[in-house]
Design a protein around this ligand. Structure first.
Ligand SMILES: *Cc1c(COP(=O)(O)O)cnc(C)c1O
Length: 315
């Protein structure tokens, strides 16, 4: 585990040290935070967007369709706290000789088939931005890998290419996990598992209270996996009206993300059409992130669920 300045650095530093650069294509999910694709551009490669599956993560079927002769790597994103279909994705990467990186910024201690992020890929990257399940008091990030060679390269790269004082074997950069943030994180790390459990309890309560409302779809759980509910995202009919109604009752919600990356102004030059990533496109108008955090109490979950139920009864 190598500390970095933030979660975005963690991704592009990994790509860079895996030898990804100009002329290469890297495939990632159309619905993710822009840090994932920015990192691809940062090393001079081209981001290619594949669609998401009903679990909101990289769809293995569409991933395979988007592979070209230039594809060198895949970044699977464990979005909202649930891991992508790593068994299928890693098999596809093996079959096509592609490097696999896991963006685990939203998946601290999430599991798939009893493995944490980093098991299937060359490396997994984390963010410790304050809002994440494990957050510092400012920016921070890290890279985990099972490869000793990659570990050594990255460690040197992040510290000015310097394996020892006054020796620079390569030109590197300064991206270190700040010592004060590390101190905060080492205290908070001890609580991460119990905080995740509290999120899981709140999510189970939402599931119980919101089931049977035909206008909303609850988060789909991948078999054999542990969702850590960085976000509790439903797909809702009349999403904007529901969001405004909740706001009128002092319930704040979010949308992650209102515009899928291929349709952002910064990527119009890539020329994506809605039919290239149909699920991601349709989700833009449906997804809604309900309040979830370790300290949420069941009365609050009840109030949110009751308000949603009331909205659809009277609509
Ligand atoms: C937060 C986040 C990042 C980037 O993390 P920073 O620490 O803010 O740079 C990367 N990917 C995803 C999916 C994220 O949610």
């Amino acid at each position: 585990c190598i500390g970095t300045g933030n979660g975005t650095d963690a991704i592009w530093i990994t790509l860079k040290n895996l030898g990804i650069g100009p002329g290469d294509e890297v495939i990632t999910a159309a619905n993710t935070f822009i840090a994932t694709s920015e990192s691809i551009s940062m090393v001079g490669a081209t981001p290619v967007f594949a669609d998401v599956d009903p679990y909101f993560t990289l769809d293995p079927v569409d991933l395979e369709k988007k592979i070209t002769k230039k594809t060198r790597a895949v970044i699977a994103v464990h979005l909202f706290g649930q891991m992508a279909d790593m068994e299928k994705i890693s098999q596809i990467c093996k079959d096509h000789d592609l490097l696999l990186i896991e963006d685990a910024a939203q998946a601290h201690l999430s599991r798939y088939k009893n493995h944490f992020p980093g098991h299937w890929g060359e490396a997994a990257t984390y963010s410790f931005y304050p809002a994440k399940n494990l957050g510092a008091y400012g920016d921070g990030g890290c890279i985990v890998t099972n490869s000793e060679e990659l570990d050594r390269k990255i460690r040197i790269y992040c510290n000015h290419g310097s394996p020892e004082k006054h020796l620079h074997v390569t030109e590197g950069i300064n991206s270190r996990l700040d010592a004060l943030q590390a101190a905060v994180l080492s205290v908070k790390l001890k609580h991460l598992e119990s905080w995740n459990k509290q999120r899981i309890v709140a999510a189970a309560k939402y599931r119980e209270l919101l089931s049977g409302i035909p206008q909303i779809q609850l988060p789909l759980l991948r078999p054999d996996s542990e969702h850590t509910y960085h976000l509790y995202v439903i797909a809702a009919e009349q999403r904007n009206k529901l969001q405004a109604f909740l706001k009128s009752k002092d319930i704040d919600t979010g949308i992650h993300y209102p515009v899928a990356l291929p349709f952002m102004p910064c990527y119009t030059h890539l020329g994506y059409k809605p039919t290239d990533v149909p699920n991601s496109f349709q989700l833009q108008d449906k997804i809604l992130s309900l309040p979830i955090f370790p300290e949420i109490i069941s009365d609050q979950v009840f109030f949110v669920a009751d308000t949603i139920r009331g909205f659809y009864l009277n609509y």
